[in-house]
Design a protein around this ligand. Structure first.
Ligand code: ZN
Length: 344
């Protein structure tokens, strides 16, 4: 049985969770080597955006609101009056000491980087909430989230930006909060990857078995990453859900011999999206590239080489999350070339 003709070409969507220390402060000590790496990851972040532009790749930078500030004073002005009261105190970001400016505290302030990223062609600045907010942890409420997202919009305004795409920290999408998300100016979010080991969970529900299952996912071709139909993206509440297909696991010397498998699995997802006119959504953190930048960029380039092939064969496109939301909302995405033009 042949599949219906897709209405749009396949798309490669890339989103980056840009968070520096805010995404890890509950489990990363400032004396750790990886904390020092975060300062180095600032340059890698700019290099990544530059590489995207050079390869004509559009991407979404889901940025923690704190990072839009260049100084502690700027941050103070935008802190929400209402804050989450997590039962687990390690989740409270408002106790974190912050230095006076980006030079003194490159792990917590990054206003200049936000401006630099926003100036790179094809890059969307989006939100990773103001405070790296955990929507499935005990002690927070929908009103807390709404106050948090209002702060995110307010500090983005400092840079002349309006945020329309949202990535929830730790992918803790809480369906009960959809209204708060929509009411805060967002029309797009990255839903959790739809497999048992990736469903949205609180920290308490995470287990070693779940983590092991994700690792096996990365390196085996047994379960190719999911791709998503255009027709199912727009929800009745007006939010566009662009779920994750795969996490781009960073280069690790001890797993170097498995890089071929890792690549084949990601490529199989991209090819599936290209051939069937679906969406393949890859995500990672810019700091994941900090430890082995040369190896990570080389790997990424091989994925972009594959994308270029798929773009010329199947008219696959590179889109940000906002591009996807715009396309499904206006129902005027790029049209699919006739099948006779796309014989592989
Ligand atoms: Zn995060």
């Amino acid at each position: 049985m042949s599949e219906p003709t897709p209405s749009r070409p396949g798309a490669l969507v890339i989103s980056l969770d840009f968070e520096l220390h805010w995404g890890m402060r509950d489990h990363m000590d400032r004396s750790a080597d990886s904390y020092a790496d975060l300062a180095g990851s600032r340059q890698v972040t700019l290099d990544l955006a530059e590489r995207f532009a050079r390869r004509s790749i559009r991407a979404t930078w889901a940025t923690v609101g704190f990072l839009f500030a260049s100084t502690r004073d700027e941050l103070e002005v935008h802190r929400p009056g209402r804050r989450p009261a997590y039962l687990r105190p390690e989740f409270d970001p408002y106790v974190e000491p912050v230095g006076t400016d980006e030079v003194e505290d490159p792990q917590h302030l990054a206003g200049s980087l936000v401006d630099a990223l926003a100036a790179v062609p094809g890059q969307e600045i989006a939100s990773h909430t103001f405070s790296h907010f955990y929507c499935l942890e005990d002690g927070q409420t929908e009103s807390d989230l709404q106050a948090d997202l209002a702060a995110a919009q307010s500090i983005a305004g400092l840079h002349g930006l309006t945020l329309t795409s949202l990535v929830l920290p730790r992918n803790q999408w809480n369906p009960r909060y959809a209204h708060a998300v929509r009411a805060s100016g967002f029309n797009c979010f990255r839903g959790p990857q739809p497999s048992a080991s990736h469903r949205a969970r609180s920290a308490d529900e995470q287990s070693l078995a779940v983590r092991a299952a994700r690792l096996v996912d990365t390196y085996t071709g047994v379960a190719p990453p999911p791709t998503f139909a255009w027709s199912d993206r727009l929800r009745p509440d007006g939010l566009c859900d662009v779920p994750a297909s795969a996490f781009l696991r960073p280069y690790t010397p001890s797993r170097r011999r498995l890089d071929g498998l890792k690549r084949r699995r990601l490529v199989s997802g991209m090819r599936d999206a290209a051939r069937r006119g679906r969406i393949f959504h890859l995500w990672w953190h810019p700091h994941n590239f900090a430890r082995f930048p040369a190896e990570n960029f080389a790997f990424l380039d091989t994925l972009f080489d594959e994308f270029d092939e798929l773009a010329s064969t199947y008219a696959m496109t590179s889109l940000s999350m906002r591009d996807v939301a715009d396309a499904v909302t206006a129902d005027q995405g790029p049209s699919m070339p006739s099948r006779s033009d796309t014989t592989p």
